[in-house]
Design a protein around this ligand. Structure first.
Ligand SMILES: N[C@@H](CCC[C@H](N)C(=O)O)C(=O)O
Length: 331
């Protein structure tokens, strides 16, 4: 087992890089929770020009070492490890679907957990405990129940928001809560998503208080009747920008398509620029006996590299950054 909490060389600090369908993360192990990373440092690490480059930063910490982890342990005592997730701009996010798969793969890769084929590991997140099952080279996560974020706002067609992207008329969207917020815009079937300009953040109205991830999706009719229907999707992630894939976004999109398209299928393929994931819906009995519909997300996770963060980089908070550095961090 790697003693990954101790600096590898001097004050350098070991990190790993991994991705799930092209949604990429810098990961590091901090079992005892002694390496809190500031928002500025996170933004620096995730910066693609001046840092390592990633859509998010993931810290693996024992649940018992974080207040939110201790709370979670009272109803999920098996959740030994907590995924402390930060977006590329340094903000904290409640949940990351691709991140959970990569997080578990990371724990296995560095020997902090074991997960034989077909078995399940529970991990802590700010959106609750998530059960992850290993299936070949894939991981499937029980993401828990999805819900409409603003049912009281629904208009006749079922949508509850307007979304504008640069240079186009506002389109109608549906807000879905997957533990983190999403607004899904469904375009007509077989639409090309390529012309959408996602270089700038889409404007969502009413503006969600905590911000939102925005997905654009289109149902394709190329599906073979024996395989799940295919939805194509692009995403603009809150506090990041356009990414190659978003796991919670894929789940929110499948839920929205199911509501708005009239197709009640329980299984869907969501095809994103970084690759496909499988989303399925299953009714589960909760602790109080109530039956709720859970979403399951299945896809790959890969480790790419590991290395050491230079102490010079680590001291970034004390280093009086230049105006140019601050501009880069803000991006
Ligand atoms: N890429 C993630 C979502 C990461 C968090 C998101 N940007 C947010 O702020 O909610 C995924 O795979 O779910």
């Amino acid at each position: 087992m790697t003693d990954s909490s101790s600096p590898a060389a001097g004050r350098g600090f070991p990190f790993w890089k991994g991705h799930g369908t092209g949604n990429d993360f810098v990961l590091f192990a901090d079992p005892d929770g002694t390496r809190e990373i500031s928002p500025a440092m996170t933004a620096w690490i995730c910066n693609r020009h001046r840092g390592i480059g990633a859509d998010g930063l993931i810290r693996a910490v024992r649940s018992e070492r974080l207040p939110e982890g201790r709370e979670l342990l009272s109803f999920a005592p098996e959740a030994e490890w907590f995924m402390d997730y930060r977006n590329a701009d340094g903000s904290v996010a409640e949940m990351c679907g691709n991140g959970v798969r990569v997080f578990v793969h990371f724990l296995l890769s560095i020997g902090l957990a074991e997960l034989p084929e077909g078995s399940t590991l529970t991990v802590g997140t700010r959106a609750g405990a998530k059960k992850v099952t290993r299936i070949g080279r894939d991981y499937e996560i029980d993401m828990g129940p999805w819900r409409k974020a603003f049912p009281e706002r629904a208009s006749e067609d079922g949508t509850d928001a307007h979304v504008s992207v640069a240079g186009s008329e506002p389109r109608r969207g549906l807000s879905i809560d997957m533990g983190n917020p999403h607004t899904v815009v469904i375009l007509p079937a077989n639409s090309s998503l390529a012309p959408l300009d996602l270089a700038r953040e889409p404007v969502v109205s009413p503006q969600p208080r905590r911000g939102t991830n925005v997905e654009f999706a289109s149902l394709t009719d190329e599906s073979d009747p024996d395989t799940p229907r295919v939805i194509t999707m692009r995403v603009y992630e809150r506090s990041v920008g356009e990414t190659q894939a978003c796991g919670t976004g894929a789940c929110a999109t499948a839920a929205a398509v199911r509501i708005l398209s009239g197709f009640q299928d329980d299984q869907w393929t969501v095809q994103m620029p970084g690759g496909p994931v499988l989303v399925r819906f299953q009714r589960e009995r909760g602790m109080g006996g109530a039956v709720r519909e859970h979403v399951f997300l299945r896809g790959p996770a890969r480790m790419v590299a590991n290395g050491t963060i230079d102490p010079e980089m680590w001291d970034v908070d004390d280093a009086s950054p230049t105006a140019q550095d601050l501009l880069e961090v803000a991006r």
